[in-house]
Each structure stands twice: as C-alpha cells, then as structure tokens.
Ligand binder design. Sequence first.
Ligand SMILES: NC(=O)c1ccc[n+]([C@@H]2O[C@H](COP(=O)([O-])OP(=O)(O)OC[C@H]3O[C@@H](n4cnc5c(N)ncnc54)[C@H](OP(=O)(O)O)[C@@H]3O)[C@@H](O)[C@H]2O)c1
Length: 332
Amino acid sequence: MIQASAFKHKTDHRFLVGTKFFSESICLENKRNLSLLSKSLSYTQLRITCFVIKTIRNGFTGSMLHQSWARAPVLTSAPGSARRQESLCLPPQLWNTCHPPELVRPTLEKTLKILQLDYVDLYIIELPMAFKPGDALYPKDENGKFIYHETDLCATWEALEACKDAGLAKSIGVSNFNRRQLEMIMNKPGLKYKPVSNQVECHPYFTQPKLLEFCRQHDIVIVGYSPLGTSRDESWVNVSSPPLLKDPVLNAIGKKYNKTAAQIALRFNVQRGVVVIPKSFNPQRIRENFQIFDFSLTEQEMKEIEALNKNVRYVELLMWRDHPEYPFNDEY
Ligand SMILES: NC(=O)c1ccc[n+]([C@@H]2O[C@H](COP(=O)([O-])OP(=O)(O)OC[C@H]3O[C@@H](n4cnc5c(N)ncnc54)[C@H](OP(=O)(O)O)[C@@H]3O)[C@@H](O)[C@H]2O)c1
C-alpha cells in the first residue's frame, strides 16, 4: 500500500530555477525520493532544458522542471549536494505514434541523445491509444480523420521493459490508463515489471477515488496532472466544468491558512498521496506552488474537499473517443 507518509518532502534544500521557460510547478516526492516538476516545452525550450539538466548534474544546486517535446522530455529535480544526480527525475513520455515495439527503444534513444543523457528516471506511455507511426504527431487522412494504429499495449509494455533492462530507463510507467488497461499489463504472461506510476487527471473536481484506491492496492503511484484545473484552453479543455480555483470551499479553507485556492488544491492531493505536477509560467505562482509543505488540512477539511468531486474531466480527449483503446469510457 502506498501511504501518504511515504511522500516526504524536502523543502529545506529545494528551490527553483525559474526563467520564463523554466517556470514550473510543484514538487513532491515519491517513495524513492524523486521529485516531479512539470511543464511543457517546445523543441527550443527542450534544448535549453538539456543545458539546465547538465548544469544541475554538473553541480548546480537547485531544482527545476521539465517536460514534453514530441512527448519526450520531462525533467524534474530536487535536492542538491552529493545525491544531486540521483535526485533528478527525468520522465519522458512515449507518444502515440511510437507504440510499435520496434520503435520504442529508438524513440527513447533519440530522446536521450537530445538530452545528452545515458538514461531517464521514468519512461511512460503517454496514452493507451496507438496512432499511425510516422512523422506526423497527429496523423490524419484526407478527410481530417485521425489515423489510428493497431494497439497492443502488452507488446509496447514489453518494449519498455527491455529499455529498463538495457539501463535506458530506471523505472517505467503509464499515463491515462484505466483499470482494465492497467490490469491488462499486470496480468500479462511473463510480466517483468509492473508500472510504477499512472499519470492521470486528478484535482478536487475530479478526485479519482476508485482509480486511486486500485492503484494504492497495486503499489502504483498516481501522478495527478492538471491539479489546478488546467489553463482552460478551449481548444482542448472542457470549459463547461467551472474553474477549480474559484471554488468557494477551496478559497474559504485557504483564508484560514493564509493560502490560495491553488495551494489548498495541491495540498489536498499531496496529503492523500497523489504526486502533483502543476504548471506555471509565472515566477510568483511557481514559488507559491511549492509553499504547501508548512501546513496540513484537517480530516474534516479533507472530507469537505473530497465532497467537491464532480466526476467530470477537464481533459476528455473526445476527439479520440472512437479509438478502440480510448480510456475514458470505463467507469475508472
Ligand atoms: N499525461 C497527460 O495526458 C497530460 C494531460 C494534461 C496535462 N498534463 C501535464 O500536467 C501538467 C499540468 O497540467 P495543466 O497545465 O493542464 O494544468 P494545471 O497545472 O492544473 O494549470 C495550469 C494553469 O494554472 C495556472 N496556475 C499555475 N499556478 C497557479 C497558481 N498558483 N494560482 C493560479 N493559477 C495558477 C497557470 O497559469 P500561469 O502560467 O499564468 O501561472 C495555467 O494557466 C503539465 O505539465 C502538462 O503537460 C499531462
């Protein structure tokens, strides 16, 4: 069982390196003392990220963030000093067009080459839906319809296992997998490694109680994305669900602790053992998102926040709902 107490925080020696590119998020630690920070990066930003990772590994004491280019890099960090290198967490993501087993290792190797690294800490399958392999990240036919590809999650998983065995990834995990898809992997004949984490939407309006419990039982860490309710970009966000950070309960509890609604939302997840990866371009908010380790919510407040659950996703990915492995048709 994953206990909330397993998520220890080392705020004493963690701070952020913030630039407008490397603004970031929150960090918290999983059982192996890794921190996760997050943010999407363009290709150019990725190159800068490479520089920063190297800087950190070469001795810069600090922390920073990460994330995905071509569903590749993410990075994170944490404490300085002698264990600096071990405390960097680099979890790139395998994109939908790279699911065929023969593409997995070359894709990761390409990422490693760009990052100029020998290994990543965590390699995850970003979505359980394969797309036609090729240069287009979102392959479409002449009618504008997405071109899917045969999805064999077990075969893709075996390729990730091989990357771990080859030392290219310390740990392997998934994202946006539902219970059935997790079980498919875990019940796979000859399974060598089960997923260490499942990155899914998780915040007070979408608390994921059943998936969280299932993952706890199987020692899979839930990494909560969009923990502040997303940027509400209408091109991919379900904005019919109200803005999380305007919630009166979160704001009222925040007043009591002299914290913002964002800090209460993050603290809520951290306190129930969910890793959070908020994103911000704003240095002040980045700082704010770290300042959640100096107070605790009471049991009653945790219950009040749990009761806010609307069971409605901000990130529905409806454009792919006809994919055979679309993950959000199942209850959880
Ligand atoms: N695996 C997946 O399928 C998946 C899907 C979605 C997202 N993600 C990842 O999850 C991470 C975060 O998710 P997200 O970007 O969707 O949403 P989020 O972190 O919940 O929200 C980001 C929004 O919140 C604002 N914000 C940040 N800190 C704030 C604060 N303290 N107070 C008020 N507003 C604040 C940001 O604006 P400012 O920049 O102006 O501060 C931005 O508009 C990203 O790295 C993303 O890549 C993964």
